[in-house]
Design a protein around this ligand. Sequence first.
Ligand SMILES: Nc1ncnc2c1ncn2[C@@H]1O[C@H](COP(=O)(O)OP(=O)(O)OP(=O)(O)O)[C@@H](O)[C@H]1O
Length: 443
Amino acid sequence: MFELDKPFPRLYRSILDSIADGVYTVDLNWRVTSFNKAAERITGISNEEAIGRKCFEVLRSSMCEDQCTLKQVMEDRKTVPNRPIYIIRADQKQIPINMTTGILRNAENRIIGGVMSFRDLSDINTLHKELQKQHTFEDIISKNKQMQKIFAILPQIAQSRSTVLIEGESGTGKELVARAIHNSSFQAKGPFVAVNCSALPDNLFESELFGYKVGAFTDAKKDKPGRFDQAHKGTILLDEIGDISLAVQAKLLRVLEQKVYEPLGSVEPVRTNARVIAATHHNLYQMVQNGNFREDLYYRINIVRLVLPPLRNRKEDIPSLIDHFIERFNVLNGKEILGVSQEALALLMLYDWQGNVRELENAIEHAFVMCREKLIRREHLPERFLPLDKKIKDPPSRVLKDIEKEAITQALERNQWNKSKTARELGIHKNTLRRKIIRFNVS
Ligand SMILES: Nc1ncnc2c1ncn2[C@@H]1O[C@H](COP(=O)(O)OP(=O)(O)OP(=O)(O)O)[C@@H](O)[C@H]1O
C-alpha cells in the first residue's frame, strides 16, 4: 500500500490540495496512488476514479506510448523537468500541459514510485494564439521587425494603385505578399493573375501577356486573350521580372507607362487597368548598374519597394511558421499532430534555410508523411537533419555539388552557353539553371 496514506494522510493531502499545479503519484506498477485537487480540475477525473488505475489510462498523454518520462526517470534516476505534452481530458478534449516527473522515495530512501506535477497551459496557449494574430497579415506570419514594418504599411500600399516591387530570395513569400496586397485592395473582387516571367522565352512573352488575334501566326486559329486581359479589374503579378530580356523589358515599359498594349496581329491598342506588382529574387538596382535591367523600367516599377528578409535572418519566425504549417497539414491530411519535439525544434532553429519558408514548409510536409505519432521528432525530419550515423551512406554533399557544377558547366559548353537550350537538355527549368549558375559560381 502507498505510504502517503499512512502516517500523515491529512497533512499531506491538505498540502497537496493547496497546490495550484496538478500532482499525482504512482507506485512501481504505474498505479495512481494519490491525485490532488488541481489534478482533478485539470483532467476532469475525480480522485476516486483515478486512484488504483494505471497512470496512462488516467492521463492518456502524448508521451505515454513510447516516451514515458517516468520510465526514463526510473532508469536515469534524474528528474525530467518541464516537458510540454498533451493529455486527453475526461471530456475528450486535448489540452497542453507542462509535466515534471521525479522519483518518489520512502523514509529509508527506497524507490517506491514516481511523482508527477503538471501545469495547464491552455490559457497560455490561447494568449499565445491571440498574440500570434498580431503577428499576421492575411496568411503571412511574422514577428520579425522588418516584416512588421511591411505589415504596417501593407493596407496603405494595397489601397493605392501604385506599382509595387517585391524583392526577396526564393521562398521568402513574395507571391504571398502580392496576394495579400491584392486581397486588401479595391480590386480584391477582380482576378489575381501570376505570371512567371522566367518561364517565358522571348518569342512567347508577347503572346502570353498581350494575347493574339486570329491569323496573327500560322497556329493562331482563334483570338486568345493574354494575361493582361485576364487581369482586367484585378492584379497582375510579374514574378521573376529580373529574368526578362532587355528586348522584352522595352515592351513592358510601354504597357506600364501608357497602360496600353496591342495583342499580336492587331493594331488596335487595348487599355489595361490591371494593377501591376513585380517580384524578383535579384537585386534589380544592381542589375541596372550592371546594364542588365533598363533604368527607366526600374524606376517605373520601383514606386513602392518591399524587401522580404531571408528566413535565416528572422529565425524568431520559425516556431510560429512550424505551428502554422502543422495546422494546415493536419487539415489537409486529416491528422492530429500536435507539434515538434524540443530536439526537432532545436535542429530546425539551427538550420540556415537557403530555400527559406518554402523549404521549411516542405520539411514539415515530409515530417507529416513520416510521423505516425502526435509529435514530430528528429527522425521524421528530412535526412539532412538526421545524425551522421543514421544517414544513408551518400557521398558528402560537397562532392555532389561539385558533380552538379561540373555537369552544368559541361552542358553549358555543349550548348554554347545558351541557357534555354542547356536547361532543356538538363531537364530543368531555365530559372533553376540560372540560380544554380549563381550558386555554384559557374563562369
Ligand atoms: N511569412 C509566411 N507565412 C506563412 N507562409 C509563408 C510565409 N512566407 C512564405 N510562406 C509560404 O511559403 C511558400 C513559398 O512562398 P512564395 O511562393 O510566396 O515565395 P516566393 O518568394 O514567391 O518564391 P519564388 O521566388 O520561388 O517564387 C508558400 O507556400 C507560402 O504560402
